[in-house]
Design a protein around this ligand. Structure first.
Ligand SMILES: Cc1cc2nc3c(=O)[nH]c(=O)nc-3n(C[C@H](O)[C@H](O)[C@H](O)COP(=O)(O)O)c2cc1C
Length: 239
């Protein structure tokens, strides 16, 4: 795709980065939710995802992206049925967003420039390697450059790290990024909504990310006045 294609009306496109941390299901479901909510997504995928995708999701990154582009429902994890993305009440019926995948070496992409990137970025899942590289501003791939652009332009940057246990340097890098303006949203789903399926756990995290982006999806339920609502619902129900 040429730089600028389909970007005339997508200044608020959201950039999503997938890295080689475990939990690619979070990133795939996030893109699915953003597209269903009518948001354009600029996706950049680190090379390490070629290893995690088949292990965790029985698919290559290209296959996952092709399904997302085609609007085919994906199982959140292998063995669970696909589930629809429910939109929040009052969200209307937006037309589906467009998904653009960019090569991680393509620094002509809009997200590489502070004058073109406006919608912010989510790195989901975010490896500790990427946490460290973003914390130190190395910018040697498009994913790292786009995150750096968000920090320098004071645009939303959400990082969904996944690692355990965390070493001191991981914690220091995360603290450094938080101080620089990034929002750290660990892939740490709560259990108070009584999740029944792995998809419920994934949707819990995706819901929190979308809430912070102001994207009106209703996939993960919320804690409301002491009542657990939403998660644990049947696939496709949302909440
Ligand atoms: C199956 C699998 C699971 C992994 N899980 C994690 C993880 O949860 N967190 C992490 O920081 N790295 C994890 N890694 C290691 C990263 O993929 C590796 O550090 C890679 O260099 C990250 O590169 P990237 O940040 O450019 O994607 C995992 C690797 C594999 C193969």
């Amino acid at each position: 795709m040429s730089p600028g294609d389909s970007f005339s009306s997508s200044l608020a496109a959201i950039c999503v980065g997938w890295t080689g941390a475990s939990g690619l299901a979070y990133g795939v479901r996030l893109v699915e939710a953003l597209l269903a909510a009518g948001r354009d997504v600029n996706l950049v995928v680190s090379a390490a995802v070629a290893q995690t995708a088949p292990i965790e999701l029985d698919a290559t990154p290209d296959e996952l992206i092709a399904a997302l582009v085609a609007g085919r429902s994906l199982p959140v994890v292998p063995g669970e049925p696909p589930r629809a993305v429910a939109l929040a009440p009052g969200a209307g019926a937006p037309s589906r967003g467009n998904l653009h995948r960019w090569d991680e070496r393509d620094f002509t992409a809009p997200m590489a420039s502070g004058s073109s990137m406006r919608g912010g970025m989510v790195v989901c899942p975010c490896s500790m390697g990427t946490v460290g590289r973003v914390a130190w501003g190395t910018s040697e791939t498009l994913l790292l450059r786009a995150a750096d652009v968000c920090l320098k332009e004071r645009l939303p940057l959400l990082l969904v790290p996944r690692e355990m246990p965390l070493a001191t340097h991981h914690l220091e890098n995360l603290a450094k990024l938080s101080a620089a303006g990034a929002l750290i949203v660990p892939a740490a789903p709560g259990f108070y909504l009584r999740p029944r399926k792995i998809g419920d756990l994934v949707d819990f995290v995706v819901q929190r990310v979308c809430d912070h982006l102001g994207v009106p999806v209703a996939v993960g339920g919320r804690w409301r006045a002491g009542l657990a609502t939403g998660a644990g619902a049947d696939p496709g129900e949302g909440a």
